[in-house]
Design a protein around this ligand. Sequence first.
Ligand SMILES: NC(=O)C1=CN([C@@H]2O[C@H](COP(=O)(O)OP(=O)(O)OC[C@H]3O[C@@H](n4cnc5c(N)ncnc54)[C@H](OP(=O)(O)O)[C@@H]3O)[C@@H](O)[C@H]2O)C=CC1
Ligand SMILES: O=CC(=O)O
Length: 326
Amino acid sequence: MKPLVYIARELPEEAAEFLEQHCECRYWQGPGDITDAKLAEEVGEAEGLLVTGTPIHEKVLAAGPNLRVVANLSAGYNNLDLQALKERRIVATHTPYVLDDTVADLAMALLLASARRVPELDRLVKAGQWKKGMDAELYGLDVHHKRLGIIGMGRIGEVVARRASLGFEMDVAYYNRRRKPEAEERLGLTYCGLEELLSTSDFVLLLTPLTPETRHLMDEAQFKLMKQNAVFINVSRGETVREEALVKALEEKWIAGAGLDVYEQEPVSPDHPLLRMDHVVTLPHIGSATAETRINMAMSAAKNLVNALTGQSPLDIVPELRPYFL
Ligand SMILES: NC(=O)C1=CN([C@@H]2O[C@H](COP(=O)(O)OP(=O)(O)OC[C@H]3O[C@@H](n4cnc5c(N)ncnc54)[C@H](OP(=O)(O)O)[C@@H]3O)[C@@H](O)[C@H]2O)C=CC1
Ligand SMILES: O=CC(=O)O
């Protein structure tokens, strides 16, 4: 008999077909995105779950007594209560690696767009406001040969660093809890403490996972350390930044601008002050959103799910749970 799995989101055809071959599949039918409360009602006898971002905590797990695996279709997995999963011996997986290049491209796009004011100037031209003699009003900031400080030099950070240093001849500094001597050598990185990184970088890119330690890692004190002509880019999770502090930093011109893919509340409210600022470039959490990469992520999540249910070791068990399942 095929194992029953509950799929809490839409999937590309390839991944749905693969899952149908190996599992009996039930799907969330909407309307809208599933919530944790709805998932608790739906999980029933399922042995596996496939989710993106839905909070998975004790109440959801308790509602599914047969659960053996939760496959998260994303690299970040801050939606998972790892302790509750561990206590119930339920394995959890995520989808790292397959999206690294795509997310790194998006980080560079945000950086360039913010520095050179691309969306703002696009709006200006389309509104018919381009006039002769306004040249100086359109100036942006150089990217090449500047210092990029990356907080969270992991899989994606390294790919951004390669683009920035080889493509734009930037000087790349990073801050992690642990140094990475091999990556320093290979990519020509400079390691520095957080304060030094913030006070010396022209662009600060946040790429840590969201954990209790990184929640509000960027607060007033951190924005105050940044240079006045520096730009802040966030591609990690919204809650790594205290948004009120970011708004203040931008309003009071402690920093020159920001490029954001993620927010404390998503979708961000239409009346959020960040959306009224010309020196902020805003994207709707689309770091990995290309057709090819979303297929690869879905296939990776589906394979992790099937492997776990058929007694093979899933490739991408979340690091904190690996010691218990490998
Ligand atoms: N916007 C989007 O669409 C996407 C966003 N993401 C986000 O990006 C995050 C990073 O992804 P990825 O590169 O694959 O993850 P990795 O785990 O490979 O890298 C994360 C890095 O952050 C560092 N880090 C962790 N905690 C801290 C801390 N407290 N202080 C400083 N550094 C820290 C780690 O180093 P160390 O342990 O040594 O500190 C590690 O090098 C994901 O968790 C996700 O939230 C990912 C994909 C798409
Ligand atoms: O935010 C996206 C992810 O994959 O993590």
